[in-house]
Design a protein around this ligand. Structure first.
Ligand SMILES: Nc1ncnc2c1ncn2[C@@H]1O[C@H](COP(=O)(O)OP(=O)(O)OP(=O)(O)O)[C@@H](O)[C@H]1O
Ligand SMILES: [Mg+2]
Length: 490
């Protein structure tokens, strides 16, 4: 559908054009008119299909520029995602001078308070920091018309639900609630509906839950052989930009060090790093100055980094929804992507559970041999040399001649290839993680849903302890009637 059919104002049409969007995506075409009509909407569509603009455009269109108050709040599960959403809404609202601000944990609150004095019309934030400001009375949500829960299933899950309820209680005059996510488990959907007024549910029907553009593979491998296998696969596949997901923070640290030792340009991101460090790593990755981002599930949801060609699940996610989001970091906005999930023999049950949720079978991939890996590396080295050949090499002439007097051209070329390839002999030890508990692969969808999400939230907004307390509370009160399983801390 053309954006011109959506009755958006001229300023927004200009921003859409500038962004290079030609047609509205299906989720945008179906939810924008509903949201502009003031309806409550639950929107579910595959990763990378433009859900941010689907809620962002109607919000920007409906702003009352003469009213100096926060009119819309968008709640995001991670700091990075809050920043990204603020940036996208700022870009889209630039021509109508919309004032969009972001608040998140791990950053100087004094500075946030000072800039909040200018009263943004749209506020994006993480739950913990939003509540912090609300308690300090440094934000006023009483004039808020629209609240968005992006990654809604995550926001309504155990770790966040009470924070969300508290925030909603401050938005006393709220007229509209919008829920968006690529995954929407039924029990969570029902929780969401409690906060909504006769919501319209828009589910973009796709054959598969995962983005269509991602080719999904798995490799069966022993825990002790995983790291070498992944390195060889990276050599063979030669990703432009890759994200490697690990289950725990220790895992991410070890994988990062291991990849660096082997000569890969990698850096890690997880919840124990300072916010400044997290932002630096992400910025370098976005700018293409890093080839591999190693991450816990903190980077699984929502992040939109163009150019990610490969996602490697070094550890299989325990939670099928998390799989959908993780691999959704590639195959975005019409581009293709590849995902590879490493599975140890006793984790095959998890693989089948994931396939049942996504309605898509992963193709088995044979681990590459050392020779294939070397061949892959040399192919990349040769293309690097070709690039070098295009550059100005004149100032190296004299020294090159000197080398040619002592060595043959053949040996020199071989030495160059060697220096450009990676050191796959570097010994790397990755501490084995306790395998996931055995799963037969025969359990049904609906079982084991929504489990243990609280464990993931610690790194999102400094509310780890609170999150855990709430989870126990939720369990006692029996409010969440689906299975809760303990998950390793990301
Ligand atoms: N109509 C459009 N045409 C082309 N590109 C678009 C369009 N709408 C959004 N995009 C771009 O597509 C990319 C993905 O959008 P977005 O991050 O909103 O996806 P999403 O559906 O929220 O994904 P996720 O489920 O991973 O959060 C962004 O770079 C965005 O700018
Ligand atoms: Mg999104």
């Amino acid at each position: 559908m053309k954006f011109t059919e959506l009755n958006l104002n001229d300023a927004l049409m200009k921003a859409i054009k500038r962004s290079g969007f030609e047609e509205a995506t299906p989720i945008q075409a179906q939810t924008i008119p509903l949201a502009m009509a003031g309806k409550d909407v639950i929107g579910q569509a595959q990763t990378g299909t433009g859900k941010t603009a689907a809620f962002g455009l109607p919000i920007l269109q409906q702003l009352d520029k003469h009213h100096k108050a926060i009119q819309a709040v968008i709640i995001e599960p991670t700091r990075e995602l809050a920043i990204q959403t603020q940036e996208e809404l700022f870009r889209l609202g630039r021509d109508e001078h919309a004032h969009v601000q972001v608040v998140y944990g791990g950053a100087d609150i004094g500075r946030q308070i000072r800039s909040l004095k200018k009263t943004p019309e749209v506020l994006v934030g993480t739950p913990g920091r939003l509540l912090d400001h609300l308690k300090r009375k440094t934000i006023d949500l009483s004039q808020v018309q629209t609240v968005v829960l992006d990654e809604a299933d995550e926001m309504l899950d155990m770790g966040f639900i009470q924070d969300i309820e508290s925030i909603l209680n401050y938005a006393v005059n709220r007229k509209q609630t919008l829920l968006f996510s690529a995954t929407m488990p039924k029990p969570i959907l029902r929780i969401g509906e409690k906060f909504m007024n006769d919501p319209e549910v828009v589910q973009i029907k796709a054959k598969e839950l995962t983005a269509d553009l991602i080719d999904q593979y798995f490799v069966r491998v022993k825990e002790s052989e995983k790291f070498d296998t992944m390195c060889r696969l990276i050599d063979v596949q030669g990703p432009d930009l890759a994200v490697v997901f690990g289950r725990t923070k220790r895992r991410v640290d070890e994988l990062t060090r291991g990849l660096q030792a082997r000569g890969y340009n990698a850096a890690g991101i997880h919840g124990d790093l300072t916010q400044a460090r997290r932002m630096t790593v992400l910025k370098r990755f976005k700018a293409g100055k890093l080839d591999i981002l190693v991450a816990t599930d903190v980077a699984a949801r929502g992040l939109d980094i163009s150019g990610v060609t490969h996602v490697y699940n070094y550890d299989i996610p325990q939670d099928p929804d998390s799989y959908v989001h993780r691999i959704g970091r590639t195959g975005r906005a019409g581009k293709n992507g590849i995902s590879v999930t490493f599975v140890t023999p006793n984790e095959l049950g998890y693989l089948r559970t994931i396939e049942r949720l996504t309605k898509k079978k992963m193709s088995p991939l044979r681990p590459p041999t050392n020779d294939e890996a070397l061949h892959g590396q040399l192919k990349q080295a040769k293309s690097q040399i070709e690039e070098l050949m295009q550059s100005d090499l004149s100032k190296y002439g004299d020294d090159a001649n000197e080398l040619l007097e002592n060595y043959s051209a053949l040996d020199l070329a071989a030495a160059l290839l060697k220096s450009l390839s990676k050191d796959n002999a570097a010994k790397v030890e990755i501490t084995p993680e306790k395998p996931l508990p055995f799963k037969s692969g025969r359990s049904h969808r609906g079982h084991g849903r929504g489990h243990g999400h609280g464990a993931r939230h610690g790194h999102f907004d400094n509310n780890r302890r609170k999150g855990r307390g709430k989870r126990n509370q939720a369990r006692k009160s029996g409010r969440h009637d689906f299975v809760i399983k303990k998950k390793h801390k990301a």
